[in-house]
Ligand binder design. Structure first.
Ligand code: LMR
Length: 390
């Protein structure tokens, strides 16, 4: 038997739990204050427009819906970006952010077979397995410092300076998963400088754009990497920002060093896709493209995303206050400083086990909890349970 998936396996255990008061703080999914996964208004409206058109479902091009690829590229790099104007960027539709990462990994393995991959310590639970399954040796660079609950930046920089040129460095563009600890703007300057000077290959994973400080603010790191003139890989996802988890809608963008190189990269990437799943599905890409390209729907999306971001912030504050009110044996103020959907809570594996076994509250074994699954009705229950297990 293969081991249970560290994140989606928790959902399997949660679904099997018969306790009516169970709470899933495992997987990174946003729930509203009534504990429901929202269907965004902008998505409903886009779907209504699509229903009216009743378009046939023929195959999409191998690289996806052209209007989707264009809209996503402009969202990721900025509509005025030189990498778009110079035709150095290519964007292909992918099956969620995971799909974008896997396409990039398979592509890199074909053309840089001897390179090694570096991921943060810790990183998204699936990064290592995904790059290993593409055939890479995967290493860690220092990232999280439990003592400060922030980033061990000196350690990270030392490791970047020691990697062989051509190494692939996976970086979280915003809302670091699982820790919620992001680099400061000045720290990014230094990382971009080292990566670019040392000839490392940056692979940005941007699954949570809009959940940190805003759509533009969270995308800023991508723009800054793109401005270096070097190669760049970016996977992005609309699972969370459009609440379209099950539609598997994301993208991979690659910035090449010339327009001519970009067209060769796209031709090779299409081979990777064709031999994997042939071409992507229509529906999710059409929804996102419709919203992004229709000013009224786009404004609606930006407002709805801002609403999700603010609710998560409120839940961080509320959790900290409730933990204090329940005389939790430690200070949880750091939770409000973390960014995105997650809190690296510091809970140990035995404490996580107790939460699950005694309270039917499900978290990741590493202590990661999804703050976006808290609401005004369940936060008391969660705070009491955490206070009791620590
Ligand atoms: C997570 O980290 O929980 C999400 O990215 C969902 C997933 O696919 O693991």
């Amino acid at each position: 038997m293969a081991p249970r998936d560290p994140i989606l396996g928790i959902t399997e255990a949660f679904v099997a739990d018969k306790n009516p008061n169970k709470i899933n703080l495992g997987v990174g999914v946003y729930y509203d204050d009534n504990g429901k996964v929202p269907l965004l208004q902008c998505v409903r409206k886009a779907e209504a427009l699509m229903m009216e058109k009743a378009a046939p479902r023929t195959y999409l091009p191998i690289d996806g819906l052209a209007i989707y690829d264009k809209a996503v590229q402009e969202l990721v790099f900025g509509a005025e970006s030189p990498v778009i104007q110079e035709k150095r960027a290519i964007t292909v539709q992918a099956l969620g952010g995971t799909g974008g990462l896997k396409l990039g990994a398979d592509f890199l393995k074909r053309f840089s077979p001897d390179a090694q991959v570096w991921i943060s310590d810790p990183s998204w639970e699936n990064h290592r397995a995904l790059f290993e399954s593409a055939g890479f040796q995967v290493n860690n660079y220092p990232y999280y410092d439990p003592a400060t609950r922030g980033v061990n930046f000196a350690g990270m920089l030392d490791e970047l300076n020691a990697m062989p040129s051509g190494s692939v460095v996976v970086l979280h563009a915003c809302c670091h998963n699982p820790t919620g600890a992001d680099l400061t703007s000045e720290q990014w300057d230094q990382v971009i400088d080292v990566v670019s000077k040392r000839g490392l290959v940056p692979f940005l994973d941007m699954a949570y754009q809009g959940f940190g400080d805003g759509i533009a603010e969270d995308g800023d790191v991508v723009h800054r990497f793109a401005a270096t003139g070097g190669s760049l890989f970016v996977s992005n996802s609309f699972s969370k920002s459009f609440s379209l988890y099950g539609e598997r809608v994301g993208a991979l963008s690659i910035v090449a060093t010339s327009a001519e190189e970009a067209s060769r990269v796209l031709s090779q990437l299409k081979r990777v896709i064709r031999t994997n799943y042939s071409n992507p599905p229509v529906h999710g890409g059409q929804v996102v493209a419709t919203v992004l390209a229709t000013p009224e729907l786009r404004q609606m999306w930006e407002d709805e995303l801002a609403g999700m971001r603010l609710r998560i912030r409120e839940m961080r504050r509320l959790l900290v206050d409730k933990l204090a009110a329940n005389s939790a044996a430690q200070d949880f103020d750091f939770v409000v400083r973390q960014r995105g959907m997650f809190s690296y809570s510091g809970l140990t594996k035995p404490q996580v086990d107790r939460l699950r076994n005694e309270y039917s509250i499900y978290a990741i074994d590493t202590g990661r909890i999804c703050v976006a699954a808290l609401n005004s009705h369940n936060v008391d229950q969660v705070a009491k349970a955490i206070a009791s297990v620590i």
